[in-house]
Design a protein around this ligand. Sequence first.
Ligand SMILES: CC(C)(COP(=O)(O)OP(=O)(O)OC[C@H]1O[C@@H](n2cnc3c(N)ncnc32)[C@H](O)[C@@H]1OP(=O)(O)O)[C@@H](O)C(=O)NCCC(=O)NCCS
Length: 183
Amino acid sequence: MLKSFIALGHRVDFRHACRRDLTGILAIVRALYEERGRANNRPPKEITDETRKFWVELLSKPIDQRHSVVLVAEVDFHIVGYIGIGLPPGKPLESGEVSVFMVSVTQAWRSKGIGRTLLEQGIEQAKTILKPRTIFLQATVANEHAIRIYEDAGFEQLGGVLRDAGMWNGQPADRVNMIKELF
Ligand SMILES: CC(C)(COP(=O)(O)OP(=O)(O)OC[C@H]1O[C@@H](n2cnc3c(N)ncnc32)[C@H](O)[C@@H]1OP(=O)(O)O)[C@@H](O)C(=O)NCCC(=O)NCCS
């Protein structure tokens, strides 16, 4: 166990993900697709075979051979959030670069400090296991809660705003690259 705290009268545990967390993590991925589908007034995206394969392969490896850090937040044996930090596509471990590829908390458990804690603990674990010099991520400017936890964790905007580089509530949305230097 990496950390625990009480929220809504329940204990929230933070730990490395294991193979049996596959269903819980994919349920959060699916819930986010549904949430975004509702916001965009479109049918939700489906989880592709490629996405499922990615998670099966990643979670089947021992923690020290994943080249990624995947942490989950668990309440009463249910996964309520996860974070993935790993090598950007095509980058070797020696590059010293990793990126936050997703952080997500189920709607009912948002705004309780879980996202912030996943990010803090994910960075600490990445420092120990992956030993990167820099951590990157890309964020949608309109995603204020995400930007807030990234800035509080020490991420700074890198370069200018990427106009209409993503979608937010069905509209083209600006994104920014963010970076945290570790050494
Ligand atoms: C971004 C996300 C992971 C944040 O997780 P979270 O558990 O809600 O975050 P925290 O509770 O740690 O809160 C982060 C900050 O945003 C604020 N916040 C979060 N949700 C809020 C809400 N619904 N209303 C108002 N403020 C909110 C919190 O108050 C907190 O700030 P504070 O600690 O200064 O008060 C979560 O909103 C999420 O899963 N969003 C969908 C997926 C996503 O967009 N991921 C990021 C991009 S890939």
